[in-house]
Design a protein around this ligand. Structure first.
Ligand code: FA5
Length: 348
């Protein structure tokens, strides 16, 4: 029996420390210590068949062997745990100093790029940037700008009228502003002259779309009021603006026009930025591009804003930001701006 114990000790001593993994170790545990057929269990079970004189000695040897085997298991388990951790660390090694992958990110819309440039140029000439509501009342959009209900100028643009939440015939009558000019009134109601502002913002017109007309676009209104503001001041400011925006020797010309809220009124053209007045397809061979409406502020507008008559004069202008962006980047169709076409937007 003692020989048997020695044999078990030898094989445990060689097999347990070389078990390759935890599964193999578990099989060895069953082999040596298993409750049913473990080698040591069988020894202990057969103790009762021994004569009393041997029982004690063999029992002591068997218990010693149990201690040895348990020690071998504890040591090997510890070793396997360590090598497992090491191999996981090796496999999952991560260089935290490597630069991360950059995700794709968006950028500004071309009209926004030009809007920011416009704001910067006017700011450099002392103009503040002001905003106004897109949902406007009929009074601000038309009446206060000297466009009474039965005036034919009211039909010059088609308007999106809105339901007044208070009821159908309730006043004020609401609409989506057709231009940024109502902000002239809103600003002058709250501020005295002298003043110098631009008003960029969205406007809406109920009209058929084509390559140069959309139902929703952006305008930039300009307003300068002081005691002696003249057309010459207007020409100076606007010429400086276009030179800075298009970065070259642009020329401007004024043609007589009509707006109910300015007198006199002009249409402003700039020399074609594609051909420099030689005549090309962009300027339709005329050498000039129409860019804005403008004029000297009508006395009725000052009156509607609550200014005392005769104390001031000023100029106002309004241009389409989308159209200017089209000129700057040579974009052939205004509808591309709202198309959501990534191939188009990626170019800016
Ligand atoms: C006006 O809207 C006047 N409020 C401008 C003004 C302001 C005149 C202050 C005098 C004093 P008009 O309807 O011409 O004017 O529009 C001004 C500009 O908006 C046009 O020159 C054009 O560039 C742009 N625009 C007009 N309709 C459209 C449209 N459907 N789509 C894109 N741009 C447009």
């Amino acid at each position: 029996m003692v020989k048997e114990i020695k044999k078990i000790e030898d094989s445990a001593g060689s097999e347990i420390p070389t078990a390759k993994n935890r599964e193999e170790l578990e099989e060895l545990r069953i082999k040596f210590l298993g409750r049913e057929k473990g080698a040591l269990t069988l020894i202990l079970r057969s103790l009762k068949t021994l004569p009393d004189a041997d029982k004690k000695r063999v029992g002591e040897e068997a218990n010693k062997l149990r201690g040895v085997i348990e020690g071998l298991f504890a040591a090997r388990t510890e070793e396997l745990k360590r090598t497992e951790t090491e191999s996981i660390l090796k496999k999952e090694w991560l260089d935290v100093t490597r630069p991360g992958k950059k995700g794709p990110h968006g950028h500004l819309h071309p009209v926004t790029l030009v809007r920011r440039e416009v704001e910067k140029i006017f700011a450099s000439m002392g103009f503040g940037v002001v905003e106004g509501p897109e949902v406007e009342t009929e009074w601000y959009n038309f009446d206060a700008l000297n466009i009474p209900v039965d005036h034919p100028a009211r039909d010059m643009v088609d308007t999106f009228f809105l339901k007044n939440p208070k009821g159908k015939n309730q006043s004020p009558k609401l609409l989506l502003r057709t231009h940024t000019s109502p902000v002239q009134i809103r600003y002058m109601q709250k501020h005295n002259s002298p003043l110098r502002i631009i008003v960029p913002g969205r406007v809406y017109r109920y009209e058929a779309t084509d390559a140069s007309h959309d139902i929703q676009f952006q305008q930039v209104e300009g307003l300068m009021v002081d005691k002696n503001v003249s057309v010459a001041n207007f020409k100076g400011v606007v010429l400086e603006f276009f030179k800075k925006l298009f970065g070259m020797n642009v020329e401007i010309r004024l043609r007589p026009s009509f707006f109910p809220f300015t007198e006199p009124s002009f249409e402003i053209d700039i020399s074609c930025i594609a051909c420099n007045k030689k005549g090309c397809s962009i300027c339709k061979k005329t050498g000039w591009l129409e860019v804005m409406g403008a004029g000297m502020v009508h006395p009725k507008v000052f009156e509607a804003a609550g200014y005392a008559p005769g104390n001031q004069q000023g100029f106002a202008f309004g241009f389409g930001l989308d159209r200017v962006t089209m000129m700057k980047y040579k974009i052939p169709d205004i509808r591309l701006f709202h198309s959501g076409d990534i191939r188009f937007l990626k170019q800016f």
